[in-house]
Write a protein that binds this ligand. Structure first.
Ligand code: DGL
Length: 278
């Protein structure tokens, strides 16, 4: 038994899409979430910069006494997992890509045609395709970056023709030319446009890593006998910039949660606080 909280982090609000599935599956678990909203997006930054930011945040979470870290960001998972595991060997560090790659490699077959969409950095890293192909070389996998999705989502432009046109711009030919039957949402912001994708491509199976990562969290807690069994710790959600857009998006992500389960964010002065702690 281990009543310490689980640390989650993302470049911004996308990682919050893993929180409702975690709460439904493991209601006793407590959370410290860090969204680096002041420095988002990571998905088009240099890998060296992303490594620096994620190492600062992981350091903050470790100092906050979390029992495990979930990297709820595909861009960081694609580029920094090994470095973070080396730097913080004392706790399990879970990226969001590995559990999804395992699931796809196990469940998809040669006939399936799988597409991956994500940020420029995630797609250029080939982290998903390399991992899936290593486990199941017979699969047909193609990938494409959709860099305009994140800024539109952050602006709340979702249930809207502009978003639908942007999706079609990136995906119509990608889906048709590759005859895709499955697509992986390789960015934690993309579950927020899942309904658009389902409407535009009703025959496409959509795989959401924000749901799948929760299965692996449960396995790791079981393996280490680390389940919480009830503590007074109150979930804490930090953001390095509490912009109006950000606060609006929280309501969108947590719209199906009961009012008392909704999150309240604390502003975190990243320049001063994180740097002070290193
Ligand atoms: N949430 C990030 C991811 O999953 C994308 C947002 C960003 O570019 O920072 O890759």
């Amino acid at each position: 038994m281990d009543n310490r909280p689980i640390g989650f982090f993302d470049s911004g609000l996308g990682g919050l899409t893993s929180i409702p599935p975690l709460r439904r599956r493991l209601p006793e678990e407590k959370i410290i979430y860090f969204g680096d909203t002041a420095r988002t997006p990571y998905g088009s930054k240099a890998i060296r910069t992303i490594k620096g930011f994620s190492s600062e945040i992981a350091d903050f979470l470790v100092q906050s006494n979390v029992k495990m870290i979930v990297i709820a960001c595909n861009t960081v998972s694609a580029t920094c997992v090994d470095d973070l595991r080396k730097r913080f060997p004392q706790i399990p560090i879970l990226g969001i890509i590995e559990p999804t790659a395992r699931m796809v490699a196990a469940e998809c077959e040669e006939l399936n045609r799988v597409g991956i969409i994500g940020t420029k950095v995630t797609i250029a890293s080939h982290a998903y395709s390399d991992m899936i192909k290593e486990m199941n070389p017979s699969l047909n996998i193609v990938e494409t970056a959709c860099p305009a999705f994140v800024p539109l989502i952050e602006e709340g432009i979702i249930d809207n023709d502009i978003m639908d046109l942007t999706i079609k711009y990136y995906m119509d030919d990608f889906v048709k030319d590759n005859e895709l039957d499955t697509v992986i949402l390789g960015c934690t912001h993309y579950p927020l446009i899942k309904k658009n994708l389902e409407r535009l491509y009703p025959d496409l199976k959509i795989i959401n890593p924000s749901d799948i990562v929760v299965n692996r969290v449960e396995e790791i807690l079981a393996e280490g006998d680390m389940f919480a069994d009830g503590s007074d710790f109150r979930n804490v959600f930090y953001a390095s910039d509490l912009s109006e857009n950000f606060l609006n998006m929280i309501d969108h992500i947590f719209e199906e949660e009961a009012d008392d389960a909704k999150v309240k964010f604390l502003n975190f002065d990243i320049e001063n606080e994180l740097l002070k702690r290193i």
